[in-house]
Design a protein around this ligand. Structure first.
Ligand SMILES: C[S@@+](CC[C@H](N)C(=O)[O-])C[C@H]1O[C@@H](n2cnc3c(N)ncnc32)[C@H](O)[C@@H]1O
Ligand SMILES: [Zn+2]
Length: 988
């Protein structure tokens, strides 16, 4: 390569960066999301690091210019002489060595280390606004750009800018960022943070503050009465409502509130629960409150897994019955039952709870008729259809057929009145602020309005632990919510005018501290860039992850209202009835095949290829591209990798950065991993920008190089804590470095072109082999049969040993609709069929031949839990014998190092002889685990000693390996650990 490699092509301190990315997420102070939420925003820490490492050349590279190396000498000498205190402990230790011997600074290896240390330190949130850090980072950046391109300011393009994390961090580092996204809401967020904020700086906050207060004043004057409190002493902050159905039991018909839990406040001594009082069939339900610790026992509500039980007659209603009734009421938000009124004490801001009264209801009822007297508000209520999207938008299944059905009457009055006043005030703003200044204020106010929306919907859950309502988009979905919390927007608490402003202004003030120059924002499809050929230095982007999030559909929640405010400010973006969807690059057919029949894998591949081809076109021949991607399905990876290769980009490096961002996205069915892989690419171009053609690779050479590359890479990943599926996908980058070097790879002789899919199968095989060698040391893997190898790799892939991933239960689901669970302790370990097939293939196994171990259903494959293998291992009656009442305590268990067999206490197991020891080591180990699990210690002992299962070394080695691989807190883990303790006590 005639160009020097960039640091990102050589090394990256991924562990340190990942740590900072996680920290930033945990702090929940990531600035842009404070201003406006956007799905799957990149952690700024990771963006900063990746941008620096893409812009800065590697001093060790022979093509790195002297100008850069000499410039670094100067910067580092100055830094280490005068400012060493800004370093973290780790970097400081390194810098001190140099301070003792300044000559070291001249060594390119030392310079590389220093640059990597600066990158790691700068990823720290606390340093992101530090004047010293910004100065150094900007100095290095302009030195690098000068040495590479003869210019001082590098240009960065992100065509899938979303919430703007990448372009914003680019500006912070001193680049000129171009932020583009198709979506109007993303466009707004970017306009504010990329263009207006750096231009108007501190002024924006007081400008907006004044107008926002004025809007509140006017709205409160008009409709504040709807929130009036019959008990003047308290300030109401929230109302807790439950949707209802009528009991269909014979002679009953009572109105049943749908409550996922009766617990309202989970606060130790101050806990509160709703008590439902019933006087039998057909008698109206009454309510009371249970206070104190006693309340904590009342967590069970009236609805569990979509089945509703009548407290009066006990009849359980099917999900269909409930669905039918709610559908007749458009989801039932407007006809819910107001149960609790939550107030705040003026002294200690603690919450107090009381039952809602008829008087409270009277104020609410006024909002029902309000529209009749104020018809002008109706035009601000979105009438667009809300479509069901399988597994993502479930609220419409229950009759929310329009977007406006997601709000109750009072919320609709409040939101439409706010829009009305906002539009009126717009005229006044225009008189005092012209051009961009006006746009900046309106944009900020409209984003503030979105915050009100997100907290004032009938999809806001009441959080009993935090005692505040949650916002709608806790996940990027519209799940059905049975009981919800309505906010009093004038009370100053969560979801009010004041609290929305507070969060936004905190975010703005933080950003202003970074003192960066404005960039450029446009709303544009990534497949058609406005930028000129060979005009940008880095193209860093985080495109949609195949079918992970339907951005445009989600954004309609906001867009539907925003268009009333912004259609004359940004007519190009806000004149449509809904957000633009046609050009959005997402696989959508799985969610909604009626609206998106054409958006399949082919569409995704084709459009992504166009987008990346644009990326390559605008990138300088020696520019760097970085594509971020995460997905747990191989076919999605295949789609993105094919798009990269087909757009004539070659992958030169790849780095997984552990962001944890996706781990809770749409719970257990989420299509995401814990870390995102950063695929580094370069244009496959000549120096003049023309494409390199006919660089043909030999399939034999490629296959030969692949395992070597994986062998080098996997241990590095393991030391960075990246294992399991994350490691597999993180290997795709290095693997593709080999494949994407060529315009095509062909089989010598036949000239057959090797398709990417075929190569990916080889990659899986190479990764599985490598991982297997890491799990079983010293050639043990070869001595084990395929069922053991596959079981180990299956568990390793799920990374089950170190997380709760295996059985996929997720507390978050408690809050939401739960139509089917499928989870549970012993449901086995599921992989996508395609991944499972490739895994097996790579280990020389065939899923078809392993039916007693693996169950395939549709596109999923399940490794059966040991218990489900009982019949296969012991025959139909075998171990199923009923336990018999114990006569006297046996002494035996004491000899086994205090290992208490399960179910040992009250029962004694009938004598059992293992008729046939399992054929494979895994079968025998599972037999031993099952004997232990049913308390048959005698039989287990005989099995190990007399039947000889324990005489096989492989038995114990496999047990040891599986101990580390079975997830913590599972039966399997306990049993296999227990079996291992017999090794010593029985003298093996
Ligand atoms: C993963 S998100 C980007 C998130 C962003 N990196 C951040 O940190 O907030 C992907 C983005 O691609 C956008 N998008 C989808 N199709 C597009 C297209 N054809 N052109 C431009 N943007 C598109 C979506 O609107 C979404 O904002
Ligand atoms: Zn009933």
């Amino acid at each position: 390569m005639p160009y020097p490699k960039r640091l990102i092509e050589v090394d990256l301190p991924i562990k340190r960066i990942s740590l900072q990315a996680k920290r930033e997420k945990d702090m929940r102070r990531c600035h842009v999301p404070l201003i406006h939420i956007w799905p799957a925003t990149r952690p700024p820490a990771a963006c900063r690091a990746v941008i620096c490492a893409s812009l800065w050349p590697d001093p060790v590279d022979e093509n790195c210019s002297k100008e850069f190396i000499n410039g670094l000498k100067e910067i580092f000498t100055n830094l280490i002489s005068n400012n060493i205190g800004i370093f973290s402990e780790e970097s400081y230790r390194f810098a001190i060595k140099i301070q003792k011997n300044f000559k070291l600074i001249e060594k390119p290896e030392i310079q590389r280390e220093l640059l990597l240390n600066i990158i790691a330190d700068f990823s720290n949130y606390d340093n992101s606004t530090s004047v010293e850090f910004l100065k150094i980072v900007r100095e290095i950046t302009s030195l690098a750009t000068l040495s590479l391109y003869g210019e001082e300011v590098p240009t960065l393009s992100d065509p899938f800018a979303g919430g703007g994390a990448i372009p914003l961090e680019g500006l912070r580092i001193g680049a000129n960022s171009f932020a583009t996204d198709l979506n109007p809401i993303s466009f707004l967020i970017n306009k504010l943070v990329i263009e207006y904020l750096p231009e108007f700086k501190e002024s924006i906050v007081p400008w907006v503050d004044g107008y926002w207060r004025e809007i509140k004043k006017r709205v409160q004057k008009e409709i504040g009465g709807l929130y009036e409190n019959p008990n003047k002493k308290e300030t109401i902050v929230s109302f807790i409502w439950a949707r209802t159905i009528n009991c269909e039991g014979p002679n009953c018909g009572v109105e049943i509130p749908l409550l996922r839990s009766n617990l309202v406040a989970k606060k130790g001594e101050r806990s509160i629960a709703i008590k439902i009082i019933t006087n039998g069939h057909g008698k109206k339900l009454k309510y009371d409150l249970i206070r104190g610790k006693e309340a904590l026992k009342h967590t069970k509500g009236t609805i569990i897994r979509s089945k509703v039980t009548c407290p009066a007659c006990g009849l359980t209603h099917s999900p269909d019955t409930m669905k039918r009734q709610l559908t007749l009421k458009n989801g039932g938000a407007c006809d819910s039952k107001m149960l609790i009124v939550v107030s705040i004490s003026k002294e200690d801001r603690g919450r107090s709870y009381r039952l809602a009264t008829e008087k409270d209801l009277i104020f609410y009822q006024k909002s029902k008729t309000y529209f009749e007297e104020h018809k002008e508000l109706l035009k601000y209520i979105p009438q667009n259809t809300l479509h069901i999207m399988s597994g993502v938008f479930n609220a419409p299944i229950y009759g929310h057929s329009k977007w406006s059905d997601l709000f109750n009457y009072r919320q609709l009055v409040f939101l439409s009145a706010t829009i009305k006043h906002l539009i009126e005030i717009k005229k006044e703003i225009k008189k005092s602020h012209k051009g961009k200044e006006y746009e900046a204020i309106i944009t900020t106010i409209s984003l503030l309005f979105d915050k009100l929306l997100d907290m004032n919907s009938a999809l806001c859950v009441w959080q009993s632990h935090a005692e505040i309502p949650a916002h709608v988009f806790g996940r990027w979905a519209l799940p059905m919510i049975w009981d919800y919390a309505e906010t009093n927007p004038f009370a100053g608490s969560s979801g009010s005018f004041e609290s929305t402003f507070k969060r936004t202004s905190d975010g703005l003030i933080y950003l202003i501290k970074g003192k960066y120059k404005p960039g450029t924002v446009s709303r544009q499809t990534a497949t058609d860039s406005l930028l000129a050929d060979d005009s940008v230095d880095i193209f860093i982007t985080d495109p949609p992850y195949y079918n992970a999030i339907p951005y445009a559909d989600i954004s309609d929640f906001f867009y539907n209202w925003q268009r009333f405010i912004l259609n004359d400010v940004f007519p190009d973006s806000f004149s449509l009835d809904e957000s633009p969807k046609q050009e959005e690059i997402c696989e959508m057919v799985g969610w909604d095949s009626i609206r998106y029949p054409e958006k399949d894998k082919m569409f995704f591949e084709r459009e992504m290829t166009k987008a990346f081809s644009e990326g390559r076109r605008i990138l300088k021949p020696n520019g760097i591209g970085v594509v971020v991607f995460a997905h747990k399905e191989t076919s999605s990876w295949e789609a993105i990798l094919k798009a990269i290769i087909d757009s004539n980009l070659m992958i030169t490096a790849s780095w997984p950065l552990d962001t944890e961002m996706q781990s809770r996205l749409r719970a257990k069915n989420s299509a995401a991993l814990a870390s995102s892989v950063h695929l580094v690419c370069r244009p496959r171009e000549n120096e003049d920008g023309s494409l390199i053609k006919n660089k043909i690779g030999d399939w034999r050479d490629v296959q030969e190089e692949l395992p070597k590359r994986i062998h080098e890479w996997m241990p590095r990943l393991a030391t960075e804590g990246i294992v399991g599926a994350d490691a597999i996908f993180a290997c795709l980058g290095p693997a593709l470095e080999i494949f994407s070097r060529y315009t095509k790879v062909v089989q010598a002789g036949s000239e057959r072109e090797i398709p990417l899919r075929e190569y990916l199968e080889k990659v899986w095989a190479a990764v599985s082999q490598e991982a297997l060698n890491m799990v079983f040391s010293g050639g043990e893997a070869k001595s084990l049969e395929e069922d053991a190898r596959l079981t180990a790799m299956w568990l390793w892939t799920l990374n089950a040993g170190s997380s709760e991933n295996g059985n996929g239960s997720n507390e978050d689901d408690e809050d939401e609709e739960q139509e089917s669970s499928g989870g549970g302790k012993n449901s086995g370990y599921t992989l996508d069929y395609d991944n499972a097939r490739m895994l097996a293939q790579g280990l020389g196994a065939n899923l078809e031949d392993l039916k007693s171990l693996i169950e395939v259903k549709g596109d999923k494959a399940r490794l059966l839990p040991v218990q489900e293998r009982t019949t296969k291992l012991f025959g139909v009656s075998g171990i199923q014998n009923q336990p018999i009442k114990k006569k006297k305590k046996t002494q035996l268990s004491l000899t086994f190092e205090n290992v208490e067999p399960e179910e040992e206490s009250k029962f004694e197991m009938p004598e059992l002889k293992v008729e046939q020891t399992g054929k494979t080591v895994l079968d025998r180990l599972h037999q031993a685990m099952l004997l232990f699990s049913t308390g048959r210690t005698e039989a287990l002992k005989r099995f190990l000693v007399e039947d000889g299962a324990g005489n096989d070394d492989r038995f114990w080695k496999l047990a040891q390996s599986l101990t580390a691989l079975y997830p913590k807190d599972t039966d399997e883990r306990r049993w296999v650990e227990a079996v291992q303790t017999y090794k010593k006590s029985l003298g093996f």
